[in-house]
Ligand binder design. Structure first.
Ligand SMILES: NC(=O)c1ccc[n+]([C@@H]2O[C@H](COP(=O)([O-])OP(=O)(O)OC[C@H]3O[C@@H](n4cnc5c(N)ncnc54)[C@H](O)[C@@H]3O)[C@@H](O)[C@H]2O)c1
Length: 334
């Protein structure tokens, strides 16, 4: 049975604590947080689990075989490196690191120590995203042409990371997961309206070598709460609306037939607008599925779906978009 510790039991980390405390096939031994009030709440809720403000105690504890890191992004690299060097398996929240060089270093250390390194790309465990990927892989949309993702809300306004680094890791990971490819170039534009130097809204484009394209719009300064992915294929189109409680996926039998055999342009293009299918979507808390996957990878010695290399690919795109943002939207090649 894997013995774990969670470092960072705040807004999101508390969900890791709940899951690993409830899962019966592992033992949550210790929770670490710098905030004493947070620790007191966890101590009251999780009988028998130790708490500490010192991550060094967890790193030095030989009983702890795996560490879950859900602290603020700037601390991910150092904590993950220390844990890997101490021989622990590591689950680090997104974004894995703030630079590709740091992400590469973590991948190297995990490989050298033969440890599981997994990144919290939650959406890769969402049953609806798996359903979308299955549709694409089986060719049910025809050839995938382009994808766009919207992740918008009013708040939470962060001060240490911009909306791109806070929200876009999810969309970048979905796009790379569905496309099974890395973009050749990235452009991004954004603005900081609420706090100087911290972009509240970003529009980014990813171009792929084969002509496929993806667009990401993230914002915490928007009237709508939107979490939506739209896929456009040569034969059909599909949407995943995570804000819709019961009808998250829609498959549109819509398309445009282009016939090359006629002379006039009008005759060559015909619009097809058929039925809309709303398939049954499997249930399951994505984070619970993700936590169970981490444990299974440790027990079976297998590679996580969102392993360190996946984390690195996502960080490369996040970093390229940041360079484009700084260059006023100029394309950055990868
Ligand atoms: N996968 C997802 O869907 C998802 C959702 C939200 C947040 N996140 C990620 O989770 C991470 C945490 O985000 P959050 O919203 O919970 O932030 P948060 O500020 O609410 O919580 C972070 C916690 O970490 C603690 N902490 C910081 N440095 C520490 C250290 N060195 N040692 C021990 N504790 C430390 C803080 O005291 C705080 O309680 C971020 O990387 C964020 O991007 C992921």
């Amino acid at each position: 049975m894997v013995t774990l510790a969670v470092i960072g039991g705040g807004g999101w980390g508390k969900n890791h604590v709940r899951n690993f405390y409830e899962i019966q096939t592992c033992r949550l031994k210790t929770i670490c947080d710098l905030n004493e009030k947070t620790l007191a709440a966890h101590k009251a809720a999780c009988k028998g689990v130790e708490v500490t403000t010192k991550s060094d105690e967890i790193i030095a504890d030989p009983e702890v075989g795996a560490v879950v890191i859900a602290t603020d992004a700037p601390s991910h690299y150092k904590l993950a490196r220390q844990a890997l060097d101490a021989g622990k398996h590591v689950f680090v929240e997104k974004p894995m690191t703030l630079s590709p060089a740091d992400a590469e270093d973590l991948v190297r250390r995990a490989d050298a120590g033969k440890r599981v390194l997994m990144v919290g790309h939650l959406l890769e465990y969402h049953p609806c995203v798996l359903q979308l990927k299955d549709l694409v892989d089986k060719g049910q949309l025809g050839a995938l042409r382009y994808v766009y993702c919207q992740r918008l809300n009013l708040g939470v306004v962060r001060k240490d990371e911009n909306a791109w680094w806070s929200l876009a890791p999810h969309d970048v990971s979905i796009i790379l997961f569905i496309f099974q490819a890395e973009p050749v170039s990235v452009t991004a534009q954004g603005q900081a309206y609420l706090r100087q130097g911290v972009e509240d809204v970003v529009f980014a484009q990813l171009k792929f070598a084969d002509g496929r394209m993806a667009h990401i719009h993230v914002s915490w300064f928007d009237p709508h709460k939107v979490r939506k992915v739209t896929l456009v294929g040569s034969d059909k189109m599909a949407t995943f609306d995570d804000m819709d409680a019961s009808e998250k996926i829609r498959i549109y039998d819509k398309g445009v037939n282009v016939s090359g055999s006629v002379v006039g342009y009008d005759q060559a293009i015909s619009i097809r607008s058929g039925d809309i299918l709303i398939p049954r979507t499997p249930a399951g808390e994505p984070l619970r599925i993700e936590c169970l996957h981490f444990l299974e990878c440790i027990e079976k010695g297998t590679t996580p779906r969102s392993d360190g290399r996946d984390g690195l690919r996502v960080v490369r795109v996040l970093d390229a978009a940041t360079r484009s943002l700084k260059a006023g939207g100029a394309p950055v090649n990868l």
